[in-house]
Design a protein around this ligand. Sequence first.
Ligand SMILES: C[S@@+](CC[C@H](N)C(=O)[O-])C[C@H]1O[C@@H](n2cnc3c(N)ncnc32)[C@H](O)[C@@H]1O
Length: 267
Amino acid sequence: MKAALRSLLNRFPRLKAGLKRLRSRLSPPGGVSSNYVPLKTEEAAGEAARLRDAWQSDALPRRQRELVNTQLAAYRRGESIDVFDVMCQALRALPSDARGMSVLEVGCSSGFYAEVLEIAGLGVRYAGCDYSPAFIELARQTYPDLRFDVEDATALSHDRGAFDVVISGCCLLHIPEYQAAVVETARVARQYAIFHRTPMVLGQPNQYYRKQAYGVETVEIHFNEPEFLALLAASGLELIATYTLDETVHGGVGTANRTYVCRKIAS
Ligand SMILES: C[S@@+](CC[C@H](N)C(=O)[O-])C[C@H]1O[C@@H](n2cnc3c(N)ncnc32)[C@H](O)[C@@H]1O
């Protein structure tokens, strides 16, 4: 039944996009993402700057972790969680064996991807960082054997090439200076950089939204895909794989949510 509905909606992308918007408007304010309001070009930069620190709210870690715990339990039972599956697939498909590689996740929240990678048996050496002291405190409590640091994605303290793989963990969309965060991800990576579940717009310029994330007001940027790919290339990254979590296109205009895997070009 679900598959039939999904296939029907895929044939009518406008209907699918409309239903998605409606679901976001109707979802409770405490849910993951709700109340999307598109921002006008002239207000986008100001709102993004005003809400830059929103994810440092002390209210977020507990709310996000409640959802994550449910997803982790399902994943442990062998159920599929699309965003977890894509991350593991991206690491497994790297040209060099991921086993034993050092991995830094930027924007790690409470570090739950450490557990995802462990359940999937990837055998990587995981470390995480996030600009929120509250998230990092929860990460350290939950995974006391792992390294977590409070770090801003736009100014990482790590040396050039400090980690085999750097994962930009779905955080660029909340960072007004996202170009600097991409450059930092590339600098700290030795071999690969992964930009996980990054929202794109197709056939239109960057779009800015104000929304509620777990009941906290934040800004979300959806990136013009060709410009984003040009930014990766200009940062010394060669795109080697793309994983699409979601895509709706009609007449060349649409939206997508993708994970991009890049190889670092020797600098
Ligand atoms: C949507 S959550 C992503 C969590 C997880 N990485 C994932 O992929 O599901 C975004 C995370 O990015 C962090 N973040 C936002 N701006 C940041 C910045 N400037 N530097 C580092 N982390 C940031 C937030 O605190 C939050 O934990």
